[in-house]
Design a protein around this ligand. Structure first.
Ligand code: SAM
Length: 269
């Protein structure tokens, strides 16, 4: 299998911020409430940044629901692994590693979060990285890989499931917003995951999707007078009449979560 860039291929950069990934953590808990139900479930936060602030936040959230969950924070930068020492607690540890996740025997990884990691890489590294990550985990494990703005107000996340052979199966593309700004679908384009960000060009499905979403936003613009949220919900419902696989459950839309289940995911062949 082609390997993504090795540990020394890209210099470490990038920061993190408290609560930056809260929106995604909440979505994942709602997306699949049973995922961490098995005793011994392990969660991996891949590339946690200068300090594992968002890792510790995520662990606290998960622990409330699944007291026995275990989490491993993984960083390629050894200084960042040392700096994480103060965050260690029962159930939460930190290890040096990369897309080759440093697992010990018997660790049953069910969920991996890799946020704002692949943005540092070339587009060609994205799909091999997905494959490499999922090839090491068990059938049914979920990878959430994406990008967000510095405060986590706008994010786009690819959801991929490992099949029995460890191959990635797309489960959708999540667009999440805090409703901080007036709703405009184009705001999401700047935070598309690496495998899509260069593909917003005519004839690509992601381009057509944004065209359709922008038209839907235009048609439903009158809803903006009731708030950004109302506009987002109305536009999503309109979009779903034109584009298949747009999840229009109200509870999610009202939280600022639009999941496009049929989003294009290149085969990489
Ligand atoms: C921008 S920070 C993201 C921090 C945090 N996930 C967030 O979203 O706020 C990206 C981090 O990924 C780490 N990184 C880059 N490539 C990696 C790899 N292959 N494996 C593990 N960590 C990696 C970098 O060292 C850096 O600390």
């Amino acid at each position: 299998m082609a390997e993504a860039s090795g540990p020394d291929a890209v210099g470490t950069r990038g920061k993190t911020a408290a609560q930056r990934l809260r929106r995604l953590d909440m979505f994942l808990a709602s997306f699949e409430p049973g995922l961490l139900g098995c005793p011994g479930s392990v969660v991996v936060d891949l590339g946690y940044g200068r300090l594992p602030i968002t890792t510790a936040e995520w662990f606290d959230r998960l622990k409330k629901r699944w007291p026995h969950v275990r989490m491993i924070g993984v960083e390629r930068d050894p200084d960042r692994v040392n700096a994480a020492e103060h965050f260690v607690q029962p159930g939460l540890c930190f290890r040096r590693g990369d897309f080759r996740i440093p697992l010990e025997s018997g660790e049953n990884v069910r969920l991996i979060r890799a946020m704002n990691v692949l943005r540092q890489y070339d587009e060609a590294a994205a799909l091999p990285a997905h494959r490499q990550i999922l090839a090491q985990v068990g059938d049914g494990a979920l990878l959430a890989e994406g990008t967000c703005d510095p405060l986590g107000r706008t994010m786009v996340v690819q959801l991929l499931r490992a099949d029995a052979g460890g191959n990635p199966k797309p489960e959708g593309l999540l667009f999440a917003t805090s409703f901080h700004e007036p709703f405009d679908p184009r705001l999401f384009q700047a935070v598309l995951p690496k495998h899509l960000i260069h593909r917003v060009v005519p004839d690509e499905p992601i381009f057509e999707f944004f065209e359709a979403w922008s038209r839907a936003a235009e048609i439903t613009r009158s809803q903006a007078e009731f708030g950004h949220k109302q506009h987002f919900v109305a536009a999503a419902e309109r979009l779903s009449q034109r584009v298949s696989g747009v999840d229009v459950r109200r509870a999610w839309l009202r939280k600022g979560w639009l999941l496009w289940r049929h989003a294009p995911y290149p085969s990489g062949d």
